[in-house]
Ligand binder design. Structure first.
Ligand code: PLP
Length: 381
């Protein structure tokens, strides 16, 4: 039976054209980019062409783009550098960040390196900008603000321009975790008041294990990983050559087809939302689904009953792949820290549906039919 994959915020299938671009670097072009002979030079050229392409697509400068192993490493690099190179003693973040940020901030606080402050959230899950400003104004301590651009569980988008302007006003550094928006959203980094962003290839049909860190040229930081002089002495280790080539190709395809893909995927998302509203009593949506929200993510609360209390398992039995929160917390019983921060009702179960251009309306129809069946049980008293 064919599986239906609606967990594209966790990871996406590799685009065939991306694999095609990567293949030569997995076969005949196997050189080490640091080698001076021709094998090495052709690979060095591929890395630098990829950097140029990525920088161009994000409207940054090539010197501001560093290749890493993904979103998590990029975030760790930023947080570590903020403390050890930029002298930050305070990190302002939120309770609904990805664990790559949250757990790192908690670790730093335990070490005694920083004081963490968590900005308040509005009812619909957006950052309370007035609270952010109060926090920024309340201390002269050197501060890093680390707030995600789009939330991977509920899809809410934070206005980078607004947060960036506040950070500039109070002379704070600003890291936006853009893992869910790079490849899904047009960037113009030269005109965005942000110091650091990150991206991850596997979120937009590129390969896993490769990402970027953007460091605004006004900032100077030292490496997080020490060793060789790769990435202009900023990230040691032999480059993930085919990953880097794949990342650049995937971003190129995503950027070239952005309007078309966005329209198509938004259509699927609203279709699922409407179908759920029409067919399932008591269904609710998390986050700002009608407002500033990712077109790729729909977070849904279903009333709890015998079947929906095991909803992920029951959907999996029907070959439907979705997530209850972020992929990184699935398997753990604690549930999603994001949903817990936003709502406190144990009579609901949350499912995150996340879409890609490879999903179809027929798949959505099938999922709705299965969900209708699962939610028809009488609710547990
Ligand atoms: N930040 C966000 C918002 C994410 O969604 C993810 C992955 O789920 C990450 C960071 C971590 O990225 P990576 O898987 O590349 O380490």
């Amino acid at each position: 039976m064919k599986r239906i994959y609606l967990d594209n915020a966790a990871t996406t299938p590799l685009e065939p054209q991306v694999l095609e671009a990567m293949m030569p670097y997995m076969t005949e072009k196997f050189g080490n980019p640091s080698s001076v002979y021709s094998y090495g030079r052709e690979c060095r050229l591929a890395v630098e062409m990829a950097r140029k392409s990525v920088a161009g697509l994000l409207k940054a400068r090539p010197a501001e783009i560093f290749f890493t192993s993904g979103g998590t490493e990029s975030t760790n690099t930023v947080l570590y550098a903020a403390v050890h190179d930029l002298g930050c003693k305070r990190i302002i973040t939120s309770s609904i960040e990805h664990h790559a940020t949250l757990h790192t901030v908690e670790f730093f606080e335990k070490k005694g390196w920083i004081k963490a402050e968590y900005v308040k959230l509005n009812k619909n899950g957006h950052i309370d900008l007035a609270d952010l400003e109060n926090k920024l104004a309340s201390s002269n301590e050197k501060t890093l603000v680390s707030l995600m651009h789009a939330n991977n569980e509920i899809g809410n988008i934070t206005d980078i321009q607004q947060v960036g302007m506040l950070c500039r006003k109070y002379d704070a550094f600003y890291h936006a975790d853009t893992v869910q928006t790079v490849g899904h959203f047009p960037f113009d980094l030269q005109n965005t008041p942000v110091d650091f962003i990150n991206g991850s290839g596997h979120k937009f049909h590129g390969p896993k294990g490769v990402g970027i860190l953007y460091v605004n040229e006004r900032i100077k930081i030292s490496p997080y990983i020490h060793g060789g002089g790769q990435e202009r002495n900023m990230r040691a280790g032999t480059e993930n050559l085919y990953g880097i080539v794949g990342f650049a190709k995937a971003l190129e395809l995503a950027s070239n087809n952005y309007e078309k893909d966005r329209a198509y995927i938004s259509g699927l998302k609203s279709y699922l939302k409407n179908q759920l509203q029409e067919n399932i009593e008591g269904v609710e949506f998390n986050g700002d689904q009608e407002g500033n929200c990712l077109y790729t993510v729909l977070s849904v609360c279903f009333p709890k009953n015998e079947k929906t209390s095991m909803i992920l398992f029951n959907l999996d039995m029907q070959h439907i792949c979705v997530s209850g929160g972020s992929a990184c917390s699935s398997g753990a019983d604690a549930g999603s820290h994001v949903i817990r921060a936003l709502r406190n009702d144990s009579d609901k179960v949350t499912v995150r549906f996340s879409f890609s251009k490879f999903n179809t309306k027929e798949e959505i129809d099938h999922v709705v039919a299965v969900l209708k069946e699962l939610t028809q049980e009488t609710a547990i008293a």
